[in-house]
Design a protein around this ligand. Structure first.
Ligand code: UDP
Ligand code: GLC
Length: 392
């Protein structure tokens, strides 16, 4: 029996943690609802999948909370947080468990759970210890202390998306007994279904016929380090880079910077910005290598597993959860973050040695199928939900 769950996420846009929730909510279709604190494409994708969704737009004082805001900003946010917590508490009465899928959702969810007397699970998709380069971290030192306090006292179970995320939490003061690691799992069927014709058509559509392509997938944001790939490109003559993903409104300056960078480096003909796409399996198949360039430790990195499922060799930066997926030289290649020379060297090595590239891709595919299946992830989440619901 699946427990009835109310999922809570603050985001309306689509990142890895939202795509994770999309899969989990679909697996709990009959017994769950998703509450979002802002509207956007995520709501549409959930609705398309038949998931019951409700948007409770957070007031500006709450959505604007940032690590730089200071105590004044935090105090101004208190009435908004309480108001949202009361509304979520009311909604949660029909459910057995509340599931906070983001850091901001934790604050609202922990209070709502207390008010409604419902157990709360927090899914930690980030490395709480934080990293100054990671612009996803909305939390200041004070916010982090509060998150740990809430987590230790009001949360029944924390799910971390990697051992690295779990360790960061413990290092920051979180209780190890309440943390479980559940890796992201990716549905392999859309990757298996890709046809040669689809890939050829896409190549033609994007003007990439007969050229080697490096595919970089992910949000355009400074910590994902797309600029490092552009800096590596001059050392890779005739190679094209496909940048798949878009920038959030607050990250548009970085998107502008890398467009300018590609112009300044004389790479305009070889760099292709294609925005947010849904045909990731096809675009990965079109790429010779899938490249991950995060300059801050990646908490997990779904794109790495996806590259493996597409049977492509993956080059990724060492750090965070990435080292739990890739064993350097065995099922992928690890490079130091922020080092264009090392990246260029690793990439040209793979482009020149097709045998090695194929062997890494095959081993990567096995890794993804064996250790990061959608089935294992859904089972892992269900197990946690059942344990928490049973204890109540
Ligand atoms: N993604 C997508 N379309 C894009 C770019 C990325 O659907 O144009 C997906 C990608 O396939 C992956 C997710 O966004 O599933 C990114 O997750 P990841 O864990 O790699 O990074 P995050 O954004 O969560 O930090
Ligand atoms: C976060 C992390 C990413 C992870 C995803 C899903 O967005 O940045 O590394 O893969 O959550 O857990």
């Amino acid at each position: 029996m699946k427990p009835r769950v109310l999922f809570l996420d603050h985001k309306g846009s689509l990142g890895g943690s939202e795509l994770f929730l999309l899969d989990v909510a679909q697996d709990n279709l009959e017994t769950s609802r998703v509450v979002l604190l802002s509207d956007g494409p995520f709501r549409k994708r959930l609705e398309e999948a038949g998931v019951e969704v409700e948007v409770l737009p957070a007031p500006g004082t709450v959505s604007g909370i940032s690590r730089e805001g200071g105590i004044r900003q935090d105090l101004l946010a208190v009435p908004g947080v309480l108001g949202l917590a009361l509304r979520v508490a009311k909604l949660s009465r029909k459910y057995e468990v509340l599931y906070a899928n983001s850091q901001k959702a934790l604050f609202i969810g922990a209070l709502a759970g207390m008010i409604a007397n419902r157990p709360v699970v927090w899914h930690q998709h980030a490395l709480l210890a934080g990293h100054s380069l990671n612009t996803d971290y909305y939390f200041s030192q004070a916010h982090r202390r509060l998150a740990i306090f809430l987590s230790n006292h009001l949360i029944k179970r924390v799910i971390a998306n990697s051992k690295a995320a779990a360790e960061a939490l413990v290092e920051a003061g979180g209780r190890a007994e309440q943390i479980r690691v559940v890796y992201n799992g990716i549905d392999s069927s859309p990757f298996e279904a890709v046809t040669e014709t689809e890939v050829d058509d896409l190549r033609q559509e994007l003007g990439l016929e007969g050229v080697p392509v490096l595919g970089a997938f992910g949000r355009i944001t400074p910590w994902k380090g797309q600029d490092i790939l552009l800096k590596a490109l001059p050392d890779l003559p005739n190679v094209h880079a496909l940048l798949v993903g878009e920038a959030a409104p607050e990250e548009r300056a970085y998107a502008e910077t890398i467009r300018r960078q590609s112009k300044d480096l004389g790479l305009e003909d070889r760099v292709h910005f294609v925005g947010f796409r849904r045909d990731i399996p096809q675009l990965m198949r079109l790429s010779e290598v899938v490249v991950h360039t995060s300059v801050a430790p990646e908490p997990f990195g779904r794109v790495i597993v996806e590259g493996m499922l597409a049977c492509r060799p993956v080059v990724a930066t060492r750090g965070g959860g990435v080292v739990e997926i890739i064993e350097d030289g065995a099922n992928g290649v690890l490079v130091p973050p922020g080092d264009p020379k090392a990246l260029a060297e690793a990439l040209s090595g793979l482009l020149m040695d097709r045998e090695k590239a194929r062997a890494l891709a095959e081993a990567g595919y096995e890794t993804a199928m064996e250790r990061f299946s959608l089935h294992a992830m859904l089972e892992g989440v269900t197990q946690q939900l059942q344990e928490v619901a049973a204890r109540q």
